[in-house]
Design a protein. Structure first.
Length: 298
């Protein structure tokens, strides 16, 4: 649900700009604000998961996401007569949803560590993490289908608010325990993690970790750019919103399939380093090909 709300407007950026009488740059800020907020709040989310616990983090994320989704709907309610102020309700709603994103994105690793034995953690983490690109897939497919014309923007916001409300209700009512009654492994019983600030200092002094973080951050950056701007890149060349959304959906489907197969592979072989290097090389090659094909010369 969080990722759906993040990229609600990206596949229909041109129609959103026309409906609210704003520029494409302002539409892009509805996606970019997620990244800006995630940088400082990511540290807070890590602290919340380590100290308050997984249950509270997930419930807090669900409430922030639902509140943001509802506030976004205020921008299209005619009786409020917001006029030029309607965009800021969208923006505030996106900001609240952005606060929820780090909490839910960082949760799969904690979930796998607490609730699964060692030999199942990579697969459990992979399955939980796949829900994030699944939300992007849904946004790329559903947004163009719901908004053939700008006047359907209110319908789209209402449809996306439903999963957010549902997820909030399920998280609030359905999650009862911080940890399983019986620890799945010895490592889950006896945590060796450092205090938050101590662990952060250790990570910043760890050269292999810094290299991995930079590489992973670059990959996330490329994925974000493709997801948020693909519609504007393709529609400028004459393609429809539906075609751009389909490309974004295929982009995500291939990632889901690759993540599933790779998760099973590394769980059995433990070849994490080799798999990571191959994936980064293939990603770089694909980005170069896309840049060449989409250049003005073509």
């Amino acid at each position: 649900s969080t990722l759906q709300l993040w990229l609600t407007f990206a596949p229909v950026a041109d129609k959103t700009a026309a409906y609210f009488h704003i520029s494409l740059e302002m539409v892009n800020w509805l996606s970019v604000v997620y990244l800006l907020i995630s940088i400082p709040f990511g540290l807070v989310a890590t602290w919340v998961l380590d100290t308050v616990g997984l249950r509270c983090a997930v419930i807090l994320s669900a409430w922030l996401n639902m509140t943001g989704g509802i506030i976004r709907m205020f921008s299209v309610l005619k009786f409020l007569s917001l006029g030029s102020q309607s965009y800021w309700y969208l923006f505030i709603g996106q900001c609240l949803c952005a606060l929820a994103q780090p909490l839910i994105i960082f949760s799969p690793t904690k979930l796998a560590a607490l609730w699964f034995p060692d030999h199942q953690r990579a697969t459990a983490n992979m399955i939980a993490s796949m829900s994030n690109p699944l939300g992007i897939l849904i946004a790329n497919v559903v947004s163009p289908a719901l908004v053939p014309e700008g006047k359907h923007i209110p319908l789209m916001l209402g449809v996306y608010a439903v999963p957010a409300v549902t997820a909030c209700a399920l998280a609030t009512v359905g999650i009862h325990e911080k940890v399983p009654p019986t620890p799945p492994s010895a490592s889950a019983t006896n945590s060796t993690s450092q205090p938050f600030l101590t662990g952060l200092k250790m990570l910043l002094r760890n050269k292999p970790y810094i290299i991995l973080a930079v590489c992973f951050g670059g990959g996330i950056g490329m994925f974000t750019c493709f997801s948020a701007l693909l519609e504007q890149i393709l529609c400028e060349k004459g393609y429809s919103n539906e075609f751009a959304g389909l490309n974004g959906a295929l982009f995500t489907v291939c990632g889901l399939l690759g993540a599933f197969l790779l998760g099973l592979y590394v769980d059995r072989t433990r070849k994490f380093i080799e798999s990571t290097k191959i994936c980064f090389c293939l990603s770089a090659l694909a980005s170069i090909v896309f840049a060449v094909v989409s250049s003005p010369l073509h």
